[in-house]
Ligand binder design. Structure first.
Ligand SMILES: [Zn+2]
Ligand SMILES: [Zn+2]
Length: 527
């Protein structure tokens, strides 16, 4: 029976370009969306641009623009980058979207009315000169660990300033020493929600990546603390509670609710009921993101859902990747060694990039990227193995059509087994192994070809030649099918060559002769 599947790709933050570190975290979401559509599930794949918060206001100030201009600029760039990667979002929206803002306010109000959002007064850094409360990243201080000047949110050396350190901090904007002043804010009462989150964790963790389990457990063991949901800022979503007219919502609560609001919007526009997806037993919910985002999906989102007291279904699968290094170095702004998605897609084919990163991304441990390795993998796997098998079959000299012939039982078995194994790996979030299994079928095809020697049969035994070529074409048709979620553009070409379309998940039969026309190599060697 087909399931209702939500796939939530992490929301990139609109203050700098999306680079390949984002790409490796987000790409598995598109792979999953395409796979689940193929097996016949009802998929809603959503994401959007995270537009609010201090870093954007700071950047706007620096560039003498409005925060909206900054977030619009990056939103547009993100859309371009994701289109270039062939991401098949059902809805890619942004937190500045009016629908989102309205829904988030309703959800916030519900949690407040349910008693999970509470008021607290606590001392906070305040600049008398600028007349405002400051966030950690708006503070500067001398790092007690390395002696260099650092922002209050954390030093490049890895040191995180304590509240005690921050008492000596200065205002980043005017340089004046800050004071402490009591500030009233709303907090989400996470300690009250911890028992629900723990139960959820214990029931679901086995379907998560290991880093997702470990990171979540670490926070649960420490014990959750009340977390501020309002702050003194002019850029963000208004607080739907009296007395908080001058404050805005913290971005984390605004953005993490975006999976839900985006699905609601999509459902409204397509005559669907969002509750069929976010409630009940016939759903499957994936959250796909990088290692630094885990607890927002494994703790915060479930906590908010329990606070809504509305029988919401929390994420079933936490798909969290590790870090990607470049040329054996950590990617960082100060090193300037990041490669943006648009840089990469302007130089290389989208499907090669997709293949490379699903297969060589930081799935369970940090991985390294270099242009040399990318070229090597492309040429070795796609050109010399996959491309070669396609060419030597479909571009066989003198062959004009593939005629239906008897199926080789062993070939059929190998194909059937491939579908089964690929599905098992995807269920276990082992995408690398899923691709390795697909590649095994490519290698099987090449080996079959070598052993059957169609170039000899062509001259000596036409009947047997036709059978071998037909079975090779069968393998190609099924390779096209299993590889479709990985390389959708390239596979479309192959489907056109073989005149097959609308494939479900399972054995693709070729039961008509296929006239071979205008066959071009689908992969080109990179020099
Ligand atoms: Zn100041
Ligand atoms: Zn330091």
């Amino acid at each position: 029976m087909s399931k209702n599947v939500i796939i939530g790709g992490a929301w990139p933050y609109a203050n700098s370009s999306v680079h390949i570190g984002h790409l490796v975290a987000l790409l598995p979401a598109d792979f999953l969306a395409r796979y689940h559509r193929k097996i016949g599930d009802n998929v809603i794949y959503v994401s959007g641009t995270d537009c609010h918060g201090t870093p954007i206001t700071l950047k706007a100030k620096k560039e003498k623009k409005s925060p909206k201009e900054i977030s619009d600029y990056y939103h547009e760039e993100f859309v371009k980058a994701f289109n270039a990667m062939d991401f098949s979002y059902d809805l890619y929206t942004q937190t500045e979207d009016e629908y989102h803002k309205q829904k988030v306010q309703q959800l916030f109000r519900k949690m407040y009315d349910n008693g999970y959002i509470i008021e607290k007064e606590e001392p906070q850094p305040y600049c008398d000169n600028c007349g405002k409360f400051l966030a950690d990243r708006e503070l500067i201080l001398t790092c007690p660990s390395c002696g260099k000047e650092t922002k209050g949110e954390g030093c490049d050396c890895g040191y995180i300033p304590t509240p005690e350190d921050l008492k000596n901090a200065k205002c980043q904007e005017c340089g004046k020493q800050v004071i402490e002043k009591n500030n009233k804010n709303l907090y989400i009462a996470l300690p009250k929600l911890q028992p629900f989150v723990e139960k959820y964790y214990n029931e679901n963790k086995n379907a998560w990546r290991k880093n997702g389990q470990n990171e979540t457990l670490k926070y649960l063991k420490q014990g959750l603390i009340d977390r501020a949901v309002t702050r003194d800022l002019e850029w963000g979503i208004d607080i739907p509670v009296e007395g908080y007219e001058n404050k805005k919502m913290y971005v984390w609560i605004d953005a993490v609710l975006g999976y839900l609001t985006a699905s609601m919007k999509y459902c409204e526009e397509h005559g669907l009921n969002w509750e069929d997806y976010w409630k009940g037993d016939n759903s499957l919910i994936y959250m796909v993101h990088g290692k630094d985002n885990i607890i927002f999906h494994s703790i915060i989102l479930p906590a908010l859902y329990f606070a809504l007291e509305d029988n919401m279904r929390s994420p079933d699968k936490i798909v969290s990747c590790e870090y990607l290094n470049i040329n054996d170095e950590k990617m960082s702004k100060s090193k300037g060694n990041g490669i943006t998605i648009l840089d990469l897609t302007s130089e290389f084919a989208t499907d090669s990039i997709r293949y490379y990163f699903i297969n060589n991304g930081p799935e369970n441990k940090d991985s390294n990227f270099s242009i040399e390795d990318f070229k090597r993998v492309h040429n070795a796997d796609l050109v010399n193995k996959f491309g070669n098998f396609i060419n030597r079959t479909l571009k066989f000299k003198g062959l004009e059509k593939i005629e239906v012939a008897e199926k080789d039982e062993e070939v059929v078995e190998k194909i059937e087994e491939t579908y089964k194994k690929v599905s098992e790996h995807i269920d276990k979030l082992e995408f690398k192994k899923a691709i390795e299994t697909m590649m095994e079928l490519v290698e099987y095809g090449n080996k079959y070809y070598d052993e059957m020697k169609p170039w000899v049969l062509y001259k000596e035994n036409q009947e047997k030649f036709k059978k071998v070529i037909y079975n090779c074409a069968l393998i190609i048709a099924n390779l096209a099918n299993v590889f479709e979620p990985v390389m959708p553009g390239t596979i479309q070409k192959l489907k056109n060559y073989l005149k097959i379309d609308n494939l479900g998940w399972g054995f693709v039969d070729l039961n008509r002769d296929i006239v071979l026309e205008n066959i071009e190599p689908v992969f080109e060697k990179i020099q």
